[in-house]
Design a binder for this molecule. Structure first.
Ligand code: NAD
Length: 468
């Protein structure tokens, strides 16, 4: 369970210890690979414990989904890093401007120092260990603050990391929002935050006091657009897979669907079929997860109560179980734009369907709202798909499916505007946690000597030539 919040002085001491060790000896390639391999092996041997801890924290969480989304993703990311790190670390020759030849220039990749990582509860392992692994790969030391809403998993993360790393290389601190606020105020060399947009604003304000650069991985309302003519059963299956994974508690889950009015009734029918085939007896179904806590459950219930009271049609596709905080997959039709579920990020298994007559109108709808973390477009027309890609701005896109762009190690992952800033995953993460240090090596002979005072005829000629 949560340990008591340490005071700011304690946090500062921990940071100072990490920083002193990092400065004393910057970890080289072999050390980094060794660290990552030990982390991988220790994590792999405890996968089942982690799945059980997450299930206990959520009330019930699908073991298969935990092993895939919090297990496989971390193992794959570490493997990808280990396979590429030597190349990423290599200094890159850059061409010197001709005027300065024969000088040489290069870019070196240097660790930033100590990285602060703040993680949320929804994928509590993945969103802690993936940034941590790539920060380690870039040669940094790391201080991690996991979520207080998954206390067993956070405790297990601490045990895992304390076992793998010396305390002056990786430190894990546990606690609630007061500790988190003190953590964000520490003078890290970089602060990596995953969580809500509202808390992201506070994190950035705190970091600004130290001019600590931030990566903010935030949330938002991610639309799914279904173009006329796209096979509906395929779209429904792929939207449902992304939406009901982790019972909708996924930052890049489709938040709502834009589709032609004539498709709404068939969409509902297809979704009813999908849910009855995939999620029999929801209350006893180990493949469908609980809502993480009573506050989140009440928030989602209040969206539905408000929608019903405003005359929207609420279609529960199965029978939930309030005792276990199982909220059934639910469609909402005719929801007014001012309802909370049309304004807030839903972050649960509720899916509003919005009638929209053309793909261009759908693009206008998306563009009239804050830039989303993800956008999904289902279409068989390539020219129209291209138009959607050109006209919309989102953190990431999957065409003809949902959420899978997240799993691509070579794609930068991150939001834009209110859905976040900065990227990670694979090399993008390595770059986010590295200083790209430009170095110029002057040659024994340099033409620069011609450009020194007192300026005479040669300098006149040079200036005239260079400003021609
Ligand atoms: P949250 O913002 O409530 O909490 C995230 C973390 O911030 C927790 O560890 C919490 O202790 C800490 N925190 C709380 N107050 C703080 C403060 N004042 N200063 C610094 N840190 C503070 O988010 P959550 O409820 O845990 O997660 C859900 C949100 O996260 C959703 O909005 C979701 O979209 C987003 N999310 C984004 C991504 C992504 O990759 N972009 C991934 C998962 C979740």
């Amino acid at each position: 369970m949560d340990s008591p919040d340490p005071d700011s002085a304690g946090l500062n001491l921990t940071l100072a210890r990490l920083r002193a060790a990092q400065q004393r000896q910057v970890p080289g390639y072999s050390q980094r690979i060794d660290d990552l391999k030990r982390l991988r092996a220790a994590f792999k041997s405890r996968l089942d414990e982690f799945a059980a801890a997450m299930s206990a924290d959520f009330g019930r969480r699908s073991r298969h989904e935990s092993l895939l989304t919090d297990g496989m993703t971390v193992l794959n990311e570490i493997d990808h890093i280990c396979g590429h790190l030597r190349r990423w670390m290599r200094s890159r020759r850059a061409a010197a401007d001709w005027l300065f030849l024969p000088a040489r220039t290069e870019i070196r990749y240097q660790p930033l120092g100590v990285i602060g990582v703040i993680a949320p509860w929804n994928y509590p392992v993945n969103l802690a260990l993936n940034p941590l692994a790539v920060a380690i790969a870039a040669g940094n030391h790391v201080m991690l603050k996991p979520s207080e809403h998954t206390p067993r998993t956070s405790e297990l993360l601490k045990q895992l990391l304390d076992g793998v790393f010396p305390g002056d290389r990786v430190a894990t601190v546990l606690g609630g929002s007061a500790l988190a606020a003190a953590f964000a105020a520490l003078p890290f060399d970089h602060l990596f935050f995953t969580g809500s947009t509202a808390v992201g604003r506070k994190v950035m304000a705190a970091a600004a006091q130290n001019l600590t650069p931030v990566t903010l991985e935030l949330g938002g309302k991610s639309p799914a657009i279904i173009a006329p003519g796209y096979p509906l059963a395929t779209a429904v299956g792929r939207i449902a897979a992304g939406k009901f994974l982790n019972a909708g508690q996924t930052c890049i889950a489709p938040d709502y669907v834009l589709l032609p009015q004539a498709q709404i009734a068939p969409f509902v029918a297809e979704m009813q079929k999908y849910i009855s085939q995939r999620y029999a007896d929801l209350a006893a179904n180990p493949d469908y997860s609980s809502i993480v806590n009573a506050a989140q459950y009440a928030r989602l219930k209040s969206y539905l109560d408000q929608a019903r009271a405003a005359g929207a049609k609420v279609i529960e596709l199965a029978t939930g179980d309030a005792g276990q905080r199982i909220l059934a997959p639910t469609l909402v039709l005719d929801a007014r734009d001012d309802l909370a579920l049309m304004q807030d990020e839903i972050f649960g298994p509720i899916l509003p369907l919005v009638a929209i007559e053309s793909v261009d109108a759908a693009v206008d709808y998306v563009n009239a709202r804050p830039r989303p973390l993800a956008l999904y477009h289902f279409d068989q027309d390539r020219a129209r798909t291209e138009r959607v890609l050109e006209r919309t701005t989102a953190g990431g896109v999957t065409i003809n499916d949902t959420v899978l762009h997240f799993a691509q190690s070579e794609l930068p992952f991150g939001g834009v505007g209110p859905s976040g800033m900065g990227h990670y995953h694979g090399r993008e993460g390595f770059l986010a946690f590295s200083k790209q240090k430009p170095v110029m090596y002057q040659a024994r002979f340099s033409g620069m000597a011609l450009a020194r005072p007192p300026y005479g005829k040669v300098a006149d000629f040079l200036v005239k030539f260079l400003t021609r």
